[in-house]
Design a protein around this ligand. Structure first.
Ligand code: NAD
Ligand code: DAU
Length: 354
């Protein structure tokens, strides 16, 4: 069995759905169900005996230790995190707690459990930590893409907390020999993406007739990867990655935020035209910039491509078309997650904009 943490969130739920669809080992899915965790994402697994869901915190050592032993876990895949940069600016403490203390606890429990295993089981065990390109800081336009050897230069409380967790993972290999792997991925998009993030927020606001908030001049660049390509990459690293290595994952799809928003507007104009026949682009509004906003991220994914043979299946165009179609077909999902706590967040973040 494998233990997936944060498997009710955006990437984690896509990963669990893909993993079980591929007929791989049973999954114990541990998630705290914060505002970002949503059991609706896992609805298709409700009668699946190969999926055990448990609500819990990765910082709870008793719970984690008992889970590892009880289910004879052979791999931990750690998605659990606070993941939204803007929220980390408003309130960093949860990010320190989950991303650093939580990862520390998961490592410690895994190390203790791993030390009790037979030699064979020890060799087969893996701890895969899911991290981000943001740990490398920000690139200028002409800089080469980040490789695994770039210096860590995190700029937000979110990326600093992820960087700290990556360092802990590295130390647990070098000090204790725990067989770890780390992946650093660029921006994901696709189904079940919580509408606080740019792409789902813009789709949601467009359809609601609200403004489409673009921070600053909209010329910041992100490297977009369709979520199932990220899930495949993680499976590939878990299966074939060399212990102790880190792997950069990216889509080779560098786009400015304004280009991304225009793409969404074009797709919506074609698939769900506004009643007045005007373009959704008319709803674009430039708002105050994010403090410390990183200008550009870009990933050099040649290591995972040459060593492990992974390549993304989706282009930006095919992935965006699928994503917009998914949100149009699943409007109830968005309705359900955009009530209550979500509204409080939007009111706080976009007080002068939306
Ligand atoms: P998300 O916010 O959608 O999901 C995070 C999940 O973790 C939620 O289900 C939440 O309930 C759960 N969680 C939070 N704190 C927890 C705790 N203490 N114990 C157990 N569960 C907890 O995030 P996501 O976008 O799916 O990101 C998943 C991981 O991938 C994160 O580690 C993130 O840093 C990383 N990542 C994300 C992206 C991206 O573009 N979204 C890109 C690269 C890396
Ligand atoms: O790069 C990987 C990271 O991508 C992950 O580690 C993070 O967990 C994930 O949230 C994401 O971080 P970003 O900050 O890049 O994603 P976000 O969707 O919040 O913003 C994307 C870009 O769009 C960024 O430059 C900020 C901008 N933006 C965002 C929002 C929410 C806007 O212009 N307006 C908005 O309303």
């Amino acid at each position: 069995m494998i233990l997936v943490t944060g498997g009710a969130g955006f990437i984690g739920s896509n990963f669990v759905l893909n993993w079980l669809r591929a007929g791989l080992e049973p999954v114990v899915n541990l998630d705290k169900l914060t505002y970002a965790g949503n059991l609706e994402n896992l609805h298709a697994l409700k009668d699946n005996k190969n999926h055990i869901f448990l609500r819990g915190d990765i910082a709870d050592s008793e719970l984690i230790s008992s889970l590892l032993t009880k289910h004879n876990i052979r791999a931990v895949v750690n998605f659990a995190a606070e993941s939204h940069v803007d929220r980390s600016i408003h309130g960093p403490s949860e990010f320190i707690q989950t991303n650093i203390i939580g990862t520390f606890n998961l490592l410690e429990c895994s190390r203790k459990y791993w030390s009790t295993l037979s030699e064979q089981a020890k060799q087969n065990f893996r701890f895969l930590h899911v991290s981000t390109d943001e740990v490398f800081g920000s690139l200028n336009k002409e800089d080469p893409a980040f490789t695994e050897n770039n210096r860590y230069e995190p700029n937000s409380p979110y990326s600093a907390s992820k960087a700290a967790s990556d360092h802990l993972v590295r130390a647990w290999l070098h000090t204790y020999g725990l067989p770890v792997l780390t992946t650093n991925c660029s921006n994901n998009y696709g189904p079940y993406h919580f509408p606080e993030k740019l792409i789902p927020l813009v789709i949601h606001n467009a359809l609601k007739g609200k403004s489409l908030p673009i921070y600053g001049d909209g010329q910041q660049i992100r490297d977009w990867l369709y979520v199932t390509d990220h899930c495949e990459a993680i499976r590939c690293v878990l299966d074939k990655g060399r212990i102790g290595e880190t792997y950069n994952i990216g889509g080779c799809n560098e786009k400015t935020n304004l280009e991304v928003v225009h793409t969404i507007c074009n797709l919506l104009d074609a698939q769900k035209p506004r009643a007045d026949g005007h373009s959704y682009k008319e709803q674009i509004t430039f708002v105050a910039d994010r403090p410390g906003h990183d200008k550009r991220y870009a990933m050099d994914a040649s290591k995972i491509q040459t060593e492990l043979g992974w390549r993304p299946a989706e282009t930006f165009e095919s992935g965006m078309a699928k994503t917009v179609a998914w949100y149009l077909d699943n409007s109830q999902w968005t309705e359900n997650v955009t009530s209550g706590a979500y509204l409080e967040w939007v009111n706080k973040q976009y007080i002068h904009a939306v």
